[in-house]
Design a protein around this ligand. Structure first.
Ligand SMILES: Cc1cc2nc3c(=O)[nH]c(=O)nc-3n(C[C@H](O)[C@H](O)[C@H](O)COP(=O)(O)OP(=O)(O)OC[C@H]3O[C@@H](n4cnc5c(N)ncnc54)[C@H](O)[C@@H]3O)c2cc1C
Length: 274
């Protein structure tokens, strides 16, 4: 990937000039669209002292908290769910949708959430499972499968221990696998490998500030005219020629492309008006 180290801005005119890559390459352009998070874009990539204090303060104080962990698992057998009468070793309809594990009641979800709010990963996490290899046989060897677990809730910063500690990571992954065992016996013993992305990992790997999958909270105080900051919800930014086109812009996160589509329309309008 070509990683951007800086958005280049003309000191005199305040206009964007392009981007500099980490390898030193400079790409010059009078228009730059960023789908990195607002924090990454304006705090890490735009040079300091370029932005109005009020705008920068709004970006810095936005809520990027998150409690999502992704575990990508390789297994040598499909989970067979106790609730299903038929055994489908090759994959049945029960393997083809999003499978919810745990979260049997609102109370259980509430407890799981409150544990994370207190700095502890949930004792009984809320797990969404998908098995893409049931539908696409090309992504795993015959007889083996890829399973994605979307897991909540895991605080960015743990009250005890650290996500950098392999023992902490292993313990949490095994807690998730044990919970799945309750619904699909022997799941744990079918695991032949896994990769876990906690909130700090999502931040490091994909630039997701705080590990927040939506580039910032999606509460009423950070949507519509408030996204990414009051007065700046039209994709333009205080840097002329720099546009925000990702989930940190209206209408927010989700697999939909709407911020990008809307930002492109604004860029075209501005180019026509030049
Ligand atoms: C684990 C997970 C599960 C999700 N599940 C769902 C779901 O079920 N349903 C749903 O609707 N949405 C879901 N989402 C959210 C959805 O994927 C995002 O809202 C959407 O992909 C955001 O698209 P985007 O283009 O705004 O940003 P992103 O897809 O985050 O793209 C930003 C890009 O910028 C790159 N980048 C960052 N910094 C730099 C840099 N310095 N130089 C170059 N590139 C950089 C990153 O690598 C990344 O590729 C999920 C997200 C995650 C992480």
């Amino acid at each position: 990937m070509l990683r951007v180290s800086q958005v280049m801005v003309d000191e005199n005119t305040g206009k964007v000039q392009g981007v500099a890559l980490v390898d030193g390459t400079e790409l010059h352009s009078s228009v730059v669209l960023s789908n990195a998070t607002p924090y990454k874009t304006f705090v890490d990539l735009v040079p300091a002292n370029t932005l109005p204090e009020e705008f920068l303060c709004a970006i810095k104080t936005a809520d990027y908290s998150s409690a999502t962990t992704k575990i990508n698992v390789a297994v040598n057998a499909l989970p067979q769910f106790r609730c299903c009468k038929n055994i489908n070793p090759e994959g049945g309809p029960e393997h083809m949708g999003t499978i919810h594990i745990g979260s049997e009641s609102m109370e259980e979800i509430d407890i799981a959430y409150k544990e994370a709010a207190g700095g502890f990963s949930s004792t009984r996490p809320v797990i969404e499972m998908t098995i893409p290899s049931v539908l696409d046989k090309t992504i795993s060897p015959p007889g083996q499968h890829v399973i994605n677990l979307f897991v909540q809730y895991t605080p960015y910063k743990l009250s005890e221990g650290s996500w950098q500690d392999p023992a902490v990571r292993k313990s949490f992954a095994e807690r998730c696998f044990s919970l799945i065992d309750e619904y699909a016996p022997h799941f744990s013993s079918s695991v032949i490998g896994y990769d876990m992305l906690t909130p700090p990992d999502l931040e490091r790997e994909f630039g997701l500030t705080g590990g927040n999958i939506f580039h910032g909270a999606m509460g009423l105080d950070s949507l519509f005219l408030m996204r990414p900051a009051k007065g700046w919800s039209d994709y333009r930014t205080p840097v002329k020629g720099l546009y925000l086109c990702g989930s940190g812009a209206h209408p927010g996160g989700g697999v939909m492309g709407a911020p990008g589509r809307n930002a492109a329309a604004v860029v075209l309008d501005d180019l026509k008006a030049r």
